[in-house]
Design a protein around this ligand. Structure first.
Ligand SMILES: [Zn+2]
Length: 213
């Protein structure tokens, strides 16, 4: 598979879907066979990234290929891959509605069928940590335990995971739509009625193991 084009196309997709602002955010994909991680370079506009700009690293952060400086959040991406062997794609963005909750340091519960099928657990929010630090990398990995596919970074943004890049995009789209619905519900002074944990577990199992064409 051509992982460098996956990074380039995903960057364009992030702009198209309105998932971030300016150059903020970063993307990575792991080749599950070689274990190598492909990352977006630091401070480049998504629509200017070419194959030569993609940085290839091993899981310990040694650069294997590429001349650019990797994203400032490299440590966060690698920490996630280390703790989640089934995950092969990570998207970090600053989407508006998710930010509404990230700036409050609030988690988002699974109150729709979509969240139960795509997010793999409550969307936890980290404690505050400075961007690009080991502390932030650790906090993010901690907010993504077990099957969780998305978390919020306090006062900063969102991190969405997938076994593949298309699944990570699904996670990102569902998270942002969910945050938007929650904001609209709360704007009326109400709260979501909620779904039982039993039903959430059933839907997750179905979506992961039984759903398909
Ligand atoms: Zn960020």
């Amino acid at each position: 598979m051509d992982y460098k084009s996956i990074i380039i196309n995903s960057g364009l997709e992030i702009i198209k879907r309105g998932l971030t602002v300016e150059t903020w955010g970063n993307i990575s994909v792991r080749d599950s066979e070689s274990g190598l991680v492909y990352l977006t370079p630091s401070a480049m506009k998504y629509d200017e990234i070419t194959e030569d700009d993609v940085v290839v690293m091993d899981i310990d952060g040694n650069i294997v290929e590429g001349k650019r400086k990797p994203t400032i959040e490299t440590g966060m991406h690698l920490a996630i891959y280390k703790s989640r062997p089934e995950i092969n794609a990570v998207i970090h963005t600053h989407p508006i509605y998710s930010m509404v909750y990230a700036v409050q340091g609030r988690s988002i519960s699974q109150f729709t069928d979509e969240t139960a099928q795509a997010l793999g657990g409550e969307v936890l929010c980290t404690k505050y940590a400075l961007p690009g630090t080991d502390e932030m990398a650790k906090e993010v990995a901690k907010a993504l335990p077990e099957t969780h596919r998305a978390c919020l970074i306090h006062s900063h943004g969102a991190v969405c995971l997938g076994r593949s890049m298309s699944e990570a995009f699904k996670t990102a789209t569902v998270l942002e739509a969910t945050a938007r619905v929650l904001q609209l519900v709360e704007a009326t002074g109400a709260k979501p009625a909620g779904i039982s944990q039993e039903n959430i577990d059933y839907m997750w199992d179905f979506a992961q193991n039984k759903y398909g064409r």
